[in-house]
Design a binder for this molecule. Structure first.
Ligand code: SAM
Length: 282
């Protein structure tokens, strides 16, 4: 009997992957956690039935959530990751010797434990001596912080359940205050393609535009996410991800990446007209 994992993208669209077997399934206080073994996407983790991470295309997401800001500001030393329970974002950050501290605030300890046990491909650097794990709500964690971090990466689920508060003005303002003078915030910014994702994209965009002197949108192709056209937000207190990019300096680091490169870094910010219109960008 064939087994399939199906994600509902809209009321009219479903997306399925054939599953060989279920490796892990549990219900935490926050969400249902499933890990499947598949031929096409390798090991797949879903939370409440939504695709989170898989072996086949996680490199795209984790390259783009980390290297754009690191190539814009090579002086980043103190990093906060909010969410990121599978460990992939932390894995890419640990490749920079210049980074001194990585605090990862993940609300659900069960996600981290399952990732360490079954998803070594993303969780294999969580034991790096610079990494501090906090099993807390990121919304509470940033309250009252001042000039604590040079980079904050919000690697969250969609704005539902525990993730909802990570898309609010209060949370973004607290992140602004927690950042240093050259601070950068990167946020998971959903997608322009399906209506409900586009609504969340716009919601976070309008708030960040109000709070940060600079807020720009960059895109990446993510086959396993609804429509494949997904975005990150780049917000800063002054640094510009295109004007302040030093290609030669980043390339001299000799970091081997499967998706990111310094040409694509610039191209990712060249967004389609329909997305510009949705975001009221010129
Ligand atoms: N790459 C995935 C994506 O784009 O959907 C997200 C990676 S990671 C699995 C997302 C994590 O955010 C989950 O482990 C979830 O538990 C965590 N999370 C959700 N809300 C949170 C909150 N308020 N504070 C901290 N972590 C949160």
């Amino acid at each position: 009997m064939e087994m399939w994992y199906t994600e509902v993208h809209t009321d009219e669209v479903k997306w399925s992957i054939k599953v060989n077997k279920t490796i892990y399934t549990d219900q935490s206080v926050f969400q249902k956690i499933d890990i499947f073994e598949t031929n096409e996407f390798g090991k797949v983790m879903t939370l409440d039935g939504l695709m989170m991470v898989n072996e086949k295309d996680e490199f795209i997401y984790h390259d783009m959530i980390v290297h754009v800001s690191m190539a814009t500001n090579p002086n980043i030393k103190r990093v906060l990751v909010i969410g990121g329970g599978d460990g992939g974002t932390v894995r890419e950050l640990t490749r920079y010797e210049t980074i001194e501290k990585i605090d990862m605030v993940e609300i659900d300890e069960l996600v981290v434990k399952a990732s360490i046990k079954y998803l070594d491909y993303t969780a294999n650097k969580l034991s790096d001596e610079r990494v501090n794990l906090f099993y807390e709500d990121g919304i509470e964690f940033v309250k009252g912080l001042k000039n604590e971090y040079d980079l904050i990466i919000v690697d969250s689920t969609d704005p539902i359940g525990p993730g909802e508060g990570l898309f609010t003005t209060e949370f973004y303002t607290n992140c602004f205050n927690a950042l240093s003078g050259d601070g950068i915030l990167v946020n998971q910014k959903e997608s322009p393609y399906y209506a409900h994702n586009a609504r969340e994209m716009k919601r976070s965009h309008d708030k960040l535009k109000e709070i940060f002197p600079l807020h720009m949108t960059y895109q990446y192709h993510m086959p396993s996410y609804p429509s494949g056209h997904w975005l990150f937000g780049f917000s800063s207190k002054g640094l510009n991800p295109i004007e302040d990019l030093n290609k030669d300096a980043w390339n001299a680091l000799g970091l081997k990446t499967k998706y990111y490169n310094t040409d694509l870094h610039v191209g990712a910010f060249m967004i389609p007209n329909y997305v510009k219109e949705l975001l009221n960008e010129k």
